[in-house]
Design a protein around this ligand. Structure first.
Ligand SMILES: Cc1cc2nc3c(=O)[nH]c(=O)nc-3n(C[C@H](O)[C@H](O)[C@H](O)COP(=O)(O)OP(=O)(O)OC[C@H]3O[C@@H](n4cnc5c(N)ncnc54)[C@H](O)[C@@H]3O)c2cc1C
Ligand code: FES
Length: 256
């Protein structure tokens, strides 16, 4: 884990209220694994004392990107930064997804901004010679993450809640068509998506699913215990023991 000042290379709104920001940071990029996150300092002069957690979206040589939605003052501040501005990063943090050496076919399931950590995972899996099918969901066509930002070799299947592009309905409805062939399944999305997956186990055909769990974080480093969740194997800190967990390990009914 490093604390660095990373200069912005570009910062663009790719869908309404969602930004793709590229930064130069050889120190963080050289250590990063898919599924890990970085704590980003937002605001001028420690205006917002708590750093904001963002997943590492993609890597390219010494550069890394974040994909983030503007939801509050920290992400708004970040959305207004320009090329050349320095951003204070702490990371990489957390455990990351793990690809089993014997796996050939990976199924990735992204609900909305959940594509953030899965872009990096797709890139790594393809580099290792795996095939990747990505189920990509969004509320409507204008909010769908653009295809051209994802690796060409990945098979992308789209669903939107209103049917404006791709299949109509929730992305999890498509699971039964794809889980059979998958050696491993990885997901990132809202808690409601995980709860749906957990309640409809037959769609997973007995496969385990690695998920990225998003909860409010304070320190991001295992100090404040603000991110503690209950799992089948006891209390866990999402920032240190996660954010990647097995879908089956989380006690979903106890998560607020
Ligand atoms: C491991 C992890 C990875 C994440 N990766 C991404 C990503 O790649 N892209 C993305 O758009 N969002 C991601 N999030 C959510 C993102 O951290 C929040 O949207 C962001 O912190 C909101 O900050 P804000 O100041 O704009 O909002 P505010 O609501 O003003 O934030 C107030 C405080 O609450 C915390 N907070 C608010 N919402 C969340 C949340 N959902 N999760 C954690 N802390 C929160 C903030 O850090 C801050 O301390 C991730 C969260 C976690 C835990
Ligand atoms: S955020 Fe402080 S212990 Fe996890």
């Amino acid at each position: 884990m490093k604390q660095v000042l990373a200069p912005i290379i570009s910062n663009n709104e790719v869908t309404p209220e969602t930004h793709l920001i590229w930064l130069e940071s050889p120190q963080v990029a050289s250590e990063a694994k898919p599924g890990q996150f970085v704590m980003v300092r937002c605001g001028e002069n420690a205006e917002y004392p708590l750093r904001r957690p963002l997943s590492i979206h993609q890597l390219s040589n010494n550069k890394l990107s974040f994909l983030f939605t503007v939801v509050g003052k920290g992400t708004y501040w970040l959305s207004q930064r320009q090329a050349g501005d320095n951003i204070d990063l702490l990371g990489p943090l957390g455990n990351g997804y793990s690809i089993h050496p014997a796996s050939h076919h990976l199924l990735l399931v992204a609900g909305g901004i959940g594509i953030a950590p899965l872009g990096f995972l797709a890139q790594k899996a393809l580099n290792q010679g795996c095939s990747v099918t990505l189920l990509l969901g969004a509320p409507t066509a204008t909010q769908l993450y653009p295809r051209h930002f994802l690796p060409d070799e990945a098979e992308i299947i789209i669903a939107t809640d209103d049917g404006t592009t791709g299949k109509k309905g929730m992305i999890t409805n498509l699971l039964p068509n794809f889980t059979g062939y998958a050696d491993q399944i990885f997901a990132c999305g809202p808690i409601a998506m995980y709860q749906t997956m957990s309640l409809n186990k037959q769609r997973l055909k007995g496969k385990s699913v690695q998920i990225s769990l998003e909860v409010r974080m304070g320190c991001g480093r295992g100090v404040c215990y603000g991110c503690t969740v209950r799992t089948k194997s006891g209390l866990k800190q999402v920032c240190k023991d996660g954010p990647i967990f097995d879908l089956d390990d989380i006690l979903w009914n106890e998560l607020t």
